[in-house]
Design a binder for this molecule. Structure first.
Ligand code: NDP
Length: 238
């Protein structure tokens, strides 16, 4: 039986590229995001036929638990979990609205904790199980106008390293992938030319380039608790 991979935030951007690559490599995919139509459309575009879509808000504990219970019942045990669901509500802290602060923390940080917790029991039953969480270079370096988003992503580093220690004895690996600027909906509207000067490779990355690094982490049996930066050298210059 092929490996079952769950990609949260798989309907668009980095998560969709990861879903496509894993499907090409023979995994059965469960694609999760809030928008049902977009999630179904991604599943319909995947190589192979055994994939399924679930509409779920990862920031809501009961939805997450219900979704993962159904995944286990209908699809089997999970081998890979990729947490790519994320939002940003960029603003200087003084202008940040409390509801935007909460939604970023709940989606980016709490959401990842909830999906990991919900998936782990099922992952105990598979060999070579692995989780990749998606952070951000601003979680490592900070960025004015992104205090809350940066905090949510910095939190993922401590969470990932701690969880890696907790589950290593069960041979489950947990790593953090940290992208720089990647062409997706999240970066649409940014003044790209202004940013290019700070990227040593001189360009934004593509979702497919991040997906290859996610695949590398998922398939590397002796790597756990690590942070892999995929940013064209951006953090060298920050
Ligand atoms: P996109 O905005 O293109 O896609 C975000 C995905 O997350 C969508 O599938 C979206 O679907 C889903 N999502 C958002 N909120 C929730 C939620 N509450 N529950 C379930 N799914 C949700 O973003 P990217 O692909 O660019 O980003 C992917 C990850 O990479 C994010 O964590 C982001 O913070 C991180 N990142 C991105 C960078 C970039 O330059 N693009 C740089 C650094 C980090 P839906 O709206 O239907 O729920």
């Amino acid at each position: 039986m092929s490996r079952l991979a769950v990609v949260c935030g798989g309907s668009r951007g980095i998560g969709r590229a990861v879903s496509r690559l894993l499907a090409e490599r023979g995994c059965r995919l469960v694609v999760v995001s809030r928008n049902e139509d977009a999630t179904q459309a991604t599943v319909a575009s995947l190589h192979g036929a055994e994939h399924v879509a679930f509409s779920c808000d990862v920031s809501k504990e009961q939805e997450v638990q219900k979704t993962f219970n159904t995944i286990q019942k209908t699809c089997g045990n999970i081998s890979y979990l990729v947490n790519a669901a994320g939002i940003n509500r960029d603003a200087l802290l003084l202008r940040s609205k409390p509801e935007d602060m909460v939604s970023q923390l709940h989606t980016n940080l709490l959401g990842t904790m909830l999906t990991c917790r919900a998936a782990l029991r099922s992952m105990l039953h598979t060999k070579g199980a692995a989780i990749v969480n998606i952070g951000s270079v601003v979680g490592l370096k900070g960025n004015a106008g992104q205090c809350v988003y940066s905090a949510s992503k910095a939190g993922l580093e401590g969470f990932t390293r701690s969880l890696a220690k907790e589950v290593a004895s069960r041979q489950i690996r947990v790593n953090l992938l940290v992208p720089g600027f990647i062409h997706t909906d999240m970066t649409t509207g940014l003044e790209e030319q202004d940013k290019l000067r700070s990227i040593p490779l001189g360009r934004f990355g593509e979702p497919e380039e991040v997906a290859h690094a996610v695949l590398f982490l998922l398939e590397s049996p002796y790597i756990t608790g690590q942070v892999l930066v995929v940013d064209g050298g951006l953090q060298l210059a920050m």
